[in-house]
Design a protein around this ligand. Structure first.
Ligand code: UGA
Length: 435
């Protein structure tokens, strides 16, 4: 990339979104400094250690650190002063009412006000309530000692854990919410090497797009889970139903997999935050309340299935396969797998769990559980195997061997990833979701 099109970017907050954004912008040829007040994190990143498990990320970080397109610092003000583009990618954890807590965003806004030394495009990628772009604008205006021109832009991020790098570089769309023509032109230049539809809109609409998208996808998941529950009662197969629905382009195949409910750091939190936003606006969004209710019940239903099949859980040995909130991540935040395991433990079961990536994170969350080194060890002597995360390696286990190791042959496959015909031939009693 020529030095004319190479842009100086500073990314504040090196969590999931921040690190992926910084690494990918560097890979697009820009000069990027990732800044974080957590000195330990910065030190370990500077040594090339990426602490999150994300396919392809470490290689991109290494490559761009080596080419000097990517650097790390805990000196946030200096990073701000040396760049035109400032990305805000900090945490907005929920407060007691489920609303996004903006303390971290506000504190970055004050840092920007203290360090501003020329025109800056301030780009917010954190998921924030509607009106936050203007709030950041106001904080900087009020705190700035010497006047400098700047624009604040909402640019929500839609990447998924597990596919974050390709989601960033090949997004379905880029949303830019701004009232400033100058900022829109600058940020369009920044993304010019990404081939995706560009939607330019006002900041409040951009902020709504993020919540509305996540809540809609969560609604799709709860919808198909509710349909799965009816399928179980009437003898239909929800996977066939999803397929038949998905061919209709107005519906689509995505996010129609029935399972133990949705989890992760986004869907549950963003649904609750949108409920708070809608409540504050005077609208009773009971559709979305239903989505969260179905999601909670879906996890309880998995526990009830095991309990029913075993005639109680007290003292039973359960082998749990999968703890991450979905496959290809080590993340257990609001993981249905962890919630189900916790409920099994509360009902007196002895649980031995295995997950290829998430066990270190799960140990603290599940103090009562045992942890196995491999799936076979997890089901040794078990009265039931409960499959909770759809890791590929669980699809190709030697189930004949598992059957021999288990005390009684029950499999509850909460992700519908196994073949009931094969398992029944091996002597298992198989229960899936909605089939
Ligand atoms: C989600 C969105 O998909 C991203 O677009 C968004 O950027 C991100 O939140 C965010 O706001 O940061 P993510 O949380 O990584 O991404 O996970 P998803 O792949 O969307 O899955 C969410 C949950 O829904 C998982 O527990 C998954 O197992 C569940 N799910 C998903 C189903 O149960 N069935 C499906 O068909 C699809």
């Amino acid at each position: 990339m020529s030095s004319k099109t190479k842009m100086e970017c500073c990314v504040i907050g090196t969590g999931y979104v921040g690190l992926v954004t910084g690494a990918c912008l560097a890979d697009l040829g820009h000069s990027v400094t990732c800044a974080d007040r957590d000195k330990e994190k910065i030190e370990s990143l500077s040594r090339g250690r990426v602490l999150i498990f994300e396919a392809g990320l470490e290689a991109i970080v290494e490559r761009n650190v080596a080419s000097r397109n990517l650097g790390f610092t805990s000196d946030i003000r200096r990073a701000i002063a040396s760049c035109e583009f400032i990305f805000i990618t900090v945490d907005t954890p929920p407060d007691a009412e489920g609303k996004a807590d903006l303390a971290n965003v506000d504190s970055v806004a004050r840092e920007i006000a203290a360090a501003i030394n020329g025109y800056k495009v301030i780009i917010n990628k954190s998921t924030v309530p509607v009106g936050s772009t203007r709030r950041v604008q106001r904080i900087i205006e009020e705190a700035m000692e010497e006047y400098h021109e700047f624009d604040v832009v909402s640019n929500p991020e839609f990447l998924r854990e597990g596919t974050a790098v390709s989601d960033f570089l090949k997004p379905a769309r880029i949303v830019i919410g701004s009232d400033s023509q100058k900022a829109i032109m600058r940020i369009t230049g920044l993304y010019r090497r990404i081939d995706a539809p560009l939607l330019v809109t006002d900041p409040v609409s951009a902020e709504m797009i993020k919540y509305a998208s996540n809540a809609f996808l969560a609604t799709k998941v709860s919808y198909i889970n509710a349909i799965a529950n009816i399928c179980e009662a009437v003898g239909a197969d929800v996977r066939e139903v999803s397929l038949g629905m998905g061919y209709d382009e107005r519906i689509g195949f995505e996010f129609l997999k029935a399972g133990p409910g949705f989890g992760g750091s986004c869907f549950p939190k963003d649904c609750r935050a949108l409920l708070a936003i809608s409540g504050d606006s005077g609208y009773d969004f009971n559709l979305l309340e239903g989505v969260l209710e179905v999601n909670q019940e879906q996890q309880e239903r998995v526990v009830a299935k095991v309990e029913r099949a075993l005639g109680g859980l007290d003292g039973k040995n359960i082998g749990v396969l999968g703890l991450a909130f979905k496959a290809n991540t080590d993340d257990i935040r609001e993981s249905p797998a962890v919630n189900v395991t916790r409920m099994l433990l509360e009902k007196g079961a002895r649980v031995t769990a295995y997950d290829p990536q998430a066990m270190d994170n799960a140990r603290q969350a599940l103090p009562g559980a045992g942890f196995a080194e491999d799936p076979y060890q997890a089901v040794q002597g078990a009265d039931a195997m409960v499959l909770l995360t759809e890791w590929d390696e669980f699809k190709w286990l030697d189930y004949g061997r598992a059957r021999e190791l288990m005390e009684s042959p029950l499999i509850v496959d909460a992700r519908n990833c196994l073949d009931p015909v094969v398992l029944r031939k091996l002597g298992f009693h198989y229960e899936g979701v909605g089939r």
